[in-house]
Ligand binder design. Structure first.
Ligand code: SAM
Length: 229
């Protein structure tokens, strides 16, 4: 049902989208369920691509009928990985601004830095968008990491991104591709080991897989203090 809804939204925007039933549909419905369960009012996502995960989270917020907002970051390469989609972020722009302009903010740039040249040509775009967001008010309920899939990319998205989390909120970090990409898995394991008493982890180890982590408020405060120092 959810995936039919998303496919219809894309069709109405003049874009074709089919969701893969074994992997992507499970991932998207998990995200949808989490947004609803925590009643997320502010989400940051690294890695917009064509905007599918953003659209799913926006649908959940529409159903909740709240003023929830999603800020999503992507440097907008002309192509990404092996996907046969030209200018994927322009597709996201059309779909998300057509349906969810009231709750989606698209940032063009790199979350922290431009590391991952294995999946796309790295376009010229501003760096440190997540770093900038992290230096503002900590108001995020969920950080979704699905941008730079290199080891430093995933590691620094967690390290910097946890500063955006609202200490009195659900404090969740969701890392996609935890099972399928060894660099991402290793980055999650290392970051978690470094903060073992402050991070609870649940992992889904099938297909792309994901890690869902909850950060202790003390970790968020300590990371924010480091930023100020
Ligand atoms: C796997 S796709 C994201 C898929 C999307 N979250 C979804 O589920 O529909 C990864 C995206 O991350 C972007 N990306 C790569 N490096 C990035 C970085 N440093 N910051 C933000 N996005 C990045 C790529 O351009 C690509 O569009």
């Amino acid at each position: 049902m959810l995936c039919r809804r998303i496919e219809r939204i894309y069709r109405e925007s003049g874009a074709e989208m089919t969701t893969d039933p074994t992997d992507q549909q499970f991932y998207l419905s998990t995200l949808f369920t989490i947004i609803k369960a925590i009643d997320a009012r502010h989400v940051i996502e690294t890695g917009t691509f064509v905007g599918c995960s953003t659209a799913v989270m926006a649908c959940a917020m529409d159903d909740l009928n709240t003023d929830g907002v999603i800020e999503t970051i992507d440097p907008a390469p002309p192509r990404y990985g092996g996907f046969d989609v030209r200018d994927p972020v322009s597709v996201a722009n059309r779909v998300l601004m057509g349906h969810f302009a009231h709750r989606v903010i698209l940032h063009r740039g790199y979350s922290v830095s431009a590391w991952d040249d294995s999946r796309n040509e790295l376009p010229s775009a501003p760096q440190g968008i997540l770093t900038q967001l992290a230096s503002g008010q900590a108001k995020t309920d969920l950080l979704l990491i699905d941008g730079d899939h290199s080891y430093p990319g995933a590691y620094w998205d967690m390290k910097i991104g946890c500063r955006t989390l609202r200490p009195d909120g659900p404090r969740l970090i969701f890392v996609h591709d935890y099972h399928s990409i060894p660099d991402v898995r290793q980055a999650v394991r290392d970051w978690r080991m470094q903060n073992s008493q402050w991070v609870e982890l649940r992992a889904y180890r099938k297909n792309s897989g994901f890690a869902l982590m909850q950060c202790h408020p003390a970790l968020i405060m300590a990371e924010r203090l480091k930023d100020e120092g």
